[in-house]
Design a protein around this ligand. Sequence first.
Ligand SMILES: Cc1ncc(COP(=O)(O)O)c(C=O)c1O
Length: 410
Amino acid sequence: MVNFKEEIAALKAKGLQRKMRFIASANDRYITLDGKKVLNLCSNNYLGLANDRRLEKAAISAIKKFGIASGASRLVSGSTVLHRELEKKLARFKKQEAALVYTSGYSANLGIISSIVGRGDIVFSDRLNHASIIDGIILSRAELVRYPHKDIEALDKLLNRPPAPAAAGSSRVPRQKKLIITDSVFSMDGDIAPIPELLRLAEKYDCLLMIDEAHATGVLGKNGRGALEHFGIKANERIIQMGTLSKALGGLGGFVCGSGELIDYLVNRSRSFIFSTSLPAALCASALKVIEIIEKDGALRQRLKENANFLRRGLKDMGFDTLDSKDTAIIPVLTKEPKLTMEFSRRLFTEGIFVQGIRPPTVSEGLCRLRITVMATHTKKDLEFTLAKFKELGTDTNSLNLTGGISVCP
Ligand SMILES: Cc1ncc(COP(=O)(O)O)c(C=O)c1O
């Protein structure tokens, strides 16, 4: 039998035990966490819209009309006209032919990947891709080949490798499909995937290219459409865009955009779509409203960009290692060691700032970090206060014992 107590004790000894914390306020610039009001630098609500009155109004009026829950999966009886409207709007927003909504980004990745590839196929996945992508690949039973982070040359070599010959007498199906898959914005590193080069390789080796737009939608591109707009790439049949409504879009739910045929196929084959109760109509209503806001109002995105640049620049100038993060709302501060990371996070909390420490298995051993996420609604004062506290704590080498831990200039 598994001894859960021992398993937890082992995690604790390594500084890897996780505990839930509880928020008693709306998801905003400031939150009340474990009874304390703190500056929130730990939310993917990048545009600050999760608590927007316009979204709230849209959701409440949908609840009044459609009720709280949808009562069944989409193909049974859980599809409302709002689902249809949202899918049309998402497809238009992402400049693709069609879209399909899931109940979360996690479930979208599982359902998309496991239905478009299977045994005998091969998936090339960036080493830093999100866990939901890895889980989708494992579920699909396709071969998983992880390429070094953003390393186009290494990926080219891997794609060029001849397939291993089938063993004599083996009934193995010859490889059929090749899929390259990447986060557009890496969730823990805040850097951007080299999408144009990946697309070039996808064309060269006749692969599908799937991009996970979780942290790019609403953030990247002139109109917030994501990484393709950021790089000036036109959507085409080779590209599958997955995304989530739960981050800059301030709601909940996942989605995929692509060709009409792809969406028809997923409706028929994607198990996490077929066998799960559908997203409540209220969340479709708030998503419809948020896309309307994002399309009309570029000011929020501009403020987000300015805030993130200001904070990143300030941290860098103090000597903190923010890895390759750039142009996104995610700023990692490398702390390397788990106990030290959590101690830094605890001290920040004491000072009134909530920044979560990130440890294995979310990141590799030795690469623990504080993951800061910036919001458009943070004020200059909030960010200056944050920089002052990082300076105070990060250079307090005696009491924090940061030697060999946080990369900070003396
Ligand atoms: C890159 C990436 N993909 C997918 C997901 C899953 O999305 P959701 O939170 O909507 O389930 C996340 C969530 O953190 C993510 O960071």
